[in-house]
Design a protein around this ligand. Structure first.
Ligand code: COI
Length: 361
């Protein structure tokens, strides 16, 4: 399945019109999951793709013309004891509102966000559309596990002038996903592309930030790497992020470092959770500037983090033609502990001592 789109039938849509958000749930064409599974691959693809089309949306709008939009990514996890729970959705609700404000849109109310997110998952599950817990996932630390990816996003109203969006739509769709990074080895390369600049939109989950990510990642894949890593725009010296995720380095000194938040770094919810989990283990965690030279010399372990990525180890990093292999190319101990703890909490294998999981069914 990987990280691919198969939109579940129930979708939420709202628009800010006449000074208020007006929205509701749409039920797109579907059969039962069993009936869909029994269809020919072509017929199934046709039905599932049809759930991604809307004929009453303005095609020429500030999103399609100028990239003015933002989104969120969160997951509902099948629980070991049954049911589905979402990881820290109130954090995504708050970030979505901040992103919209950052784009000068009317913010989507956090309470409505939480309702739409939980209700789409609940309604899709009631139709049978949800993944079931599989004990086999525990064998590979949930690397092959499924979840429901929840994608809230904005679409601007129709228009052609270079304007901000004052009547945006908000959609929430669900799709089943598996691992984001698929390869066993995950070699990364420093890209010469620039993701974000001071005073820009790097701190916002703006769609436009991901344009450079698609290009830089495509270049990295073409060169045989799985991932690319950005340096800062001004000094070209400090590490910023992976292609679409935050990044951590566990240094020989015993310090776990990650770039400090600012204009150019996305405030990741997985990032924040990992910092807390590592500190709980007594690890010294620093959010600071992280020079690439220090990383190439001093790193024992490296991993990227995000909703989609979880905590995925990078086995090597290549910069300026030189390659540093971390931990002999194997997943390091701290990386594994952090990955297993966060996945364990998310899938209900470990107790949720932090109150991070919101039960949906
Ligand atoms: C996520 O981790 O959910 C993200 O939003 C990154 C995405 C582009 C895969």
């Amino acid at each position: 399945m990987g990280f691919s789109l198969n939109t579940y039938p129930i979708i939420y849509r709202s628009q800010f019109i006449d000074g208020k958000w007006t929205g509701g749930y749409l039920e797109k064409p579907h059969k039962t999951p069993e009936e869909e599974a029994a269809m020919s691959a072509d017929e199934r693809a046709k039905l599932q793709n049809s759930r991604n089309y809307y004929d009453d949306m303005p095609l020429v709008n500030y999103t399609s013309q100028y990239g003015l939009a933002c989104f969120e990514g969160l997951k509902a996890f099948p629980q070991k004891n049954g049911g589905l729970s979402i990881f820290r959705p109130e954090k995504n609700a708050a970030r979505f509102a901040r992103s919209m404000e950052g784009l000068y849109m009317p913010p989507f109310p956090e309470k409505t966000f939480l309702e739409a997110v939980t209700e789409t998952v609940k309604r899709n599950a009631a139709l049978g559309f949800y993944p079931h817990y599989n004990d086999g996932w525990e064998k590979d630390s949930f690397m092959s596990a499924d979840s429901v990816y929840i994608r809230p996003f904005t679409v601007a109203e129709g228009g052609i002038g270079v304007n901000v969006s004052s009547e945006p739509y908000v959609f929430v769709i669900n799709t089943p996903v598996a691992a984001y990074f698929s390869s066993e080895r995950s070699d990364a390369v420093i890209t010469d592309k620039i993701r974000a600049t001071p005073k820009g939109t790097g701190w916002i989950k703006a769609c436009s930030n991901y344009v450079i990510s698609t290009l830089a990642k495509a270049e990295a894949l073409k060169m045989g790497y799985m991932e690319c890593v950005y340096l800062d725009a001004v000094h070209r010296k400090y590490v910023e992020e992976g292609s679409s995720c935050n990044i951590f380095f566990y240094l020989k000194s015993g310090e776990l470092v990650t770039p400090e938040l600012g204009d150019t770094i996305l405030p990741g919810i997985t990032r924040e959770s990992i910092i807390e989990l590592a500190r709980d283990r007594g690890v010294k965690v620093s959010e600071r500037k992280v020079p690439i030279d220090e990383v190439m010399e001093e790193t024992m372990e490296c991993f990227v983090s995000g909703t989609a990525a979880g905590a995925t180890p990078l086995t090597s990093l290549t910069y300026d033609g030189k390659k540093t292999v971390f931990n002999d190319g194997k997943t390091g101990q701290l990386t594994a502990e952090i990955r297993d703890t966060i996945k364990g909490i998310q899938y209900g294998k470990l107790p949720d001592t932090k109150g991070w999981m919101m039960k949906v069914i």
